[in-house]
Design a protein around this ligand. Sequence first.
Ligand code: HEM
Length: 455
Amino acid sequence: MSVFAGETPPQEVMKKMSKIYGDIFSLKIGSFWAVVLNNYELVQEALLTKPNDFSGRPPSFLFDWFTDGQKDIAVANPTPIWKYHRMLAHSAIRKFASGEYLEKLHEEIRPLLTEVMSKKMKTTFDPNEIITFAIYNVIASMCFGYKYKIDDPRLEDIAEISRELNEGFGNGWIADFIPWFRYIPNPHFYSFKKVASKFFAYIMIEVRSHLDNFDPDRPANDLIDLLLKSQKEEELKGNVDQGSKLTDIHIKQIIADLFSGGIDTQNITLLWAIACVVDNQDVQEKVKKEIDDLIGDRPPRLSDRGKLPYTEATIMEIMRYKSTKPLTVTHRAMKDSKIGTYNVPEDTWVFINLWALHNDSKYWNSPEKFKPDRFLDSSNSVKQRLPSFLPFSTGRRVCVGESLAKANLFLTFVWLIQNYKFTKPPGVRGPVTTEGKPQLISFPMPYKIRAERWE
Ligand code: HEM
């Protein structure tokens, strides 16, 4: 069975294989051995019980090149420097993308979104444009301290670069599995390099303009300021060497991680969210009624979380049903260890199949169905700490942006459904979209919908 080469997403092939070989099995991919974990208990054991054993990242030709030799957060192996970079990322999210700051950001973006949406009324359109506008604005504000205007060419540029980057990551894997492939001319890799250079150039323009106006005594206004200030502090401590904890390359890479890691995952989740409510009008009506009953016309606030159980259950079900990052980022055994009764030698790659966890019939009744109610208990409250539900993974490498994503998805989704009714274009009978070409993130195929104001 071919895991990565076919049309079926690898996570689904791996789940099928688990029916034959068991929930944990090994694979030889090119020159490397990997184990695949397909159930919650195994994932808990590897990531929570044995974080020192399974928090590594495998070497990757493509990612090593992209991250200047693992100088980022997502691809770096766990070291004190990596821990420090994660701490800085958390700090930026706390300061520039949470609580009142995030609410204020949404207040500023909403009139622009309303303007974009007003042009879409009674037309058939691709929701990607609106979602891109909403998500890029939050992440650009956190990273760069600015917001995009409507029809901003900078937004169009970076959205196109990101799309091409994702495709490149999807295409460029072969040299990761079969090392000698990296010595063979590979047109995918050349075009990936070209688009990656454009991406980093975009980031460096922002870094340079921050450096030009940088004043270490002024409070940081965004992630770049925060990183530059932290670098200054390191210098004051005498850590001036470029081999130190926060070099210019680290700064570029941390920004790249938060910028790209924060955008596609949220974009895709919202694209699936719109598709799911378009295909399930009963769910959309129920969410709308709950929002009307609790908050009426006023814009949503973060303090509404916990008070809109059906709406929150719907967002959780979207994350289960569509598992945005189905195979996490690949892990690596950092020493000889065990999972279950199996010996796992050092350097084995570890695939965490979140999609399998989210579709495990031991935990989910009819997992192939979209049913938000499954996240509610008998008193209509959202079930807490559900097993076999890990959209952000778990343990030492858990998603850095989890709190931001949850808050931001809530504010965006609630506002969209509060204000607009989304429907299929005339003549579309089946689901409005399907799974796109397998990539690291589960993209839907581009699709079109209609929107109108609620009566
Ligand atoms: C719906 C939204 C999101 C989903 C579903 C998601 C999911 C994930 C998953 C599954 C991982 C891999 C964890 C592992 O390897 O075990 C991850 C890692 C990561 N995510 Fe997210 N993510 C989301 C949003 C964000 C946002 C908003 C940011 C930043 C602004 C972000 C930044 C990162 C970073 C930096 C990592 C690497 C962490 C590390 O390797 O230590 N993510 N995310």
